[in-house]
Design a protein around this ligand. Sequence first.
Ligand code: GLU
Length: 467
Amino acid sequence: MSTETAQDDLRGYRGISREVLARDGIRVWSEVRAKTKQGQFEGLVLPRSETADELHIVLKLDSGYNIGLAADQIESLEEVGRREAQYKIPEKKFPYSAGKPRVKLFGTGGTIASRLDYRTGAVIPAFSPGELYGSVPELADICNLETEKLYGIFSENMGPEQWIGVAQACAAEIEKGIDGIVIGHGTDTMHHTAAALSFMLQNPPVPIVMVGSQRSSDRPSSDATLNLIHATYTAARSDIAEIVVCMFGPTSDDYGLLHRGTRVRKMHSSYRSTFRTIGDRPLATVEREKITILNPGYHQRCPRGESNLALNAAFDDRVSLVYYYPGMKPDVIESLVDNGYRGIVFAGTGLGHVNRAVYPAIEKAREAGVASYMTVQTIWGYTQMYVYETGREIMGLGVEPIANMLPEVAYVKLGWALGQTDDLGEIKKIMQTPINGDITEREPPDGYLVYQGGLPEIEEFMRRVHR
Ligand code: GLU
């Protein structure tokens, strides 16, 4: 039986970390001075999540960062204060205003959903409209908001099952006549989900806006509130009826960017401006209540009550994305074939290459009826497999180049295509027919790292030079 209850003073702590806290009479929410073999630290003892290990005690420092102290390195803990968290965010009734658009906010998890009112260090989900109104009152100026938690997971745990669930939930809301949809999502795999929804929900009549945050909202530098305001405004008011990702443009909070769901990628592990449109211009900038279109060829919002939405929520997960590296051995590919995989997307070097050593395995894949496609690991640019002998040879083994489709997008599209048919010819047709910009005819000259909030380091440097 668990030693903890929800009211337990040592909430979440087990084993040695629990013993050390108990030994020194420390409870969760104690402000402590910790003497350790590595030095002295001061901070607030946070609750430990149930799945975390038992070896560490987590302190929230004044800087806003959390650190884990190894319990066996702690010499003493002294309580210097208490700061209990508010588990319940004060609920304010979300005001209803006739005439304002109706927006549905679906939660799937990630930082944005779990820490919207994360002040004292606790993970406090703020999710009901009332809680969101309490933390981001601007939302009520924009729309009438309804919320629904679909999942509460980090985005590394999102996958085909959840993509289908989100697509179906969006279709049901559209059926009921919603004016716009926001999807809160962890940022790490937001671009995979954006791609999946771009294929599963075609011709949406209203904007479907994915949003997340890189920094939790207990930190002064959080992007959570502004991203949520931008995304909600886009869903409620914009004319862009596509699956888009809405996140910070530059690292400063000057504006957000709207990225098309098939051309977007998370490109930095910690910058708030992490999402970039690849090989095209972003669709628009959004500054609180102002949207400036950068890329006019988008799918437009339908008049109220009209919809041509095509929901096609299929996926076969026997598909893999193989990132080629020099020295790759054929067994990597053979094992996929032996395990019954039906599709492989390669992220090849340069224009779309792999080494000779894997050719026999690729041939084996073709003989087994595996659909194989080539993308480029340079991320920007097109596969061009006619240029070198290598490319021609690989195509000769049955691997189809797939233009400038991003590797992750090709992986999602191939799983989606395999979910619909067994016919390799049909799959090829689906893969090569552009959908929502997954393949574009050309990269605009300003599509490479332009209109993307610039390069933060260079902008910062220029600001200092031109002070
Ligand atoms: N890795 C988690 C996720 O992608 C947390 C980070 C975030 O929310 O951006 O869900």
